[in-house]
Design a protein around this ligand. Structure first.
Ligand code: PGA
Length: 238
């Protein structure tokens, strides 16, 4: 079954030459729908058939130094945009900012990939985890009509699993079964159609997550910078 896999390059690589070199090594016709999300600076170069952004501002135009407008992204034919990634929340992005970005992207017709997750400060049991996620979802999705809710992709990423090299930081959480359970919860409680999983997904563990029927795809950071590994992930048939 075909799923969606997003490559989150984060703050890599340092030059356009390297970005071009890296993107050329990614299979352009993989089994799964694949989206490359490079730094904003490289978005105007057609690095890959489907491209996504890592963030955007909520207003279209005006005196907002350093911001990138959702309309600019739309004009570059960008299909997806991450919103509320934990690394941005750590830098001060608020729930209110996240909500405004989701709405702005829907207005211009870009699919928001709303990132949610819980931190190590949260008691690592299912009930606590679900409560944190519920709070983030309620805030980000507040006031949206059902037709819009169904256009959103939610990326569930346990914060401690991101870039940790170990998605199985605890035996119980962040296993494919846990990801599936949380995905089902998000779909049934919030009318979301697609939930993907992220946090130290790699060429070895990707298959387990992709095999879960409620997990609709993956958000891949570190492993998306290693072409051989990423090609394996995007061509994993499930
Ligand atoms: P990681 O990053 O795969 O390197 O853990 C995932 C993400 O931050 O989206």
């Amino acid at each position: 079954m075909k799923k969606i896999i997003l490559a989150n390059w984060k703050l890599n690589p340092l030059t356009l030459t390297e970005a071009l070199r890296l993107s050329k090594k990614i299979d352009p016709k993989p089994f799964h729908e694949t989206v490359v999300c490079p730094p904003h600076l490289f978005l105007s170069h057609k690095l890959y058939p489907k491209m996504g952004a890592q963030d955007c501002f909520w207003l279209s135009q005006g005196p907002y130094t350093g911001q990138v407008s959702p309309v600019m992204l739309k004009n570059l034919k960008i299909k997806y945009c991450l919103v509320g990634h934990s690394e941005r929340r750590t830098l001060g992005e608020s729930e209110e900012d996240v909500k405004k970005k989701v709405q702005a992207l829907l207005t211009v017709g870009i699919t928001p990939v709303l990132c949610i997750g819980f931190n190590t400060t949260v008691n690592q049991d299912d009930l606590e985890v679900v409560n944190v996620l519920k709070g983030q979802l309620k805030s980000a999705l507040q006031g949206l009509e059902e037709v819009n809710l169904q256009k959103i992709v939610v990326a569930y990423e346990p914060v401690w699993a991101i870039s940790s090299g170990n998605p199985y930081a605890t035996k119980k959480l962040a296993t494919p079964e846990h990801a599936s359970k949380i995905a089902l919860f998000i779909k049934t409680k919030f009318n979301i159609k697609k939930v993907i999983y992220g946090g130290s997904v790699n060429a070895v563990n990707a298959e387990g997550f992709l095999q879960e029927s409620h997990v609709d795809g993956l958000l891949v950071g570190g492993a998306s910078l290693i072409p051989a590994d990423f090609n394996k992930i995007i061509n994993t048939k499930v």
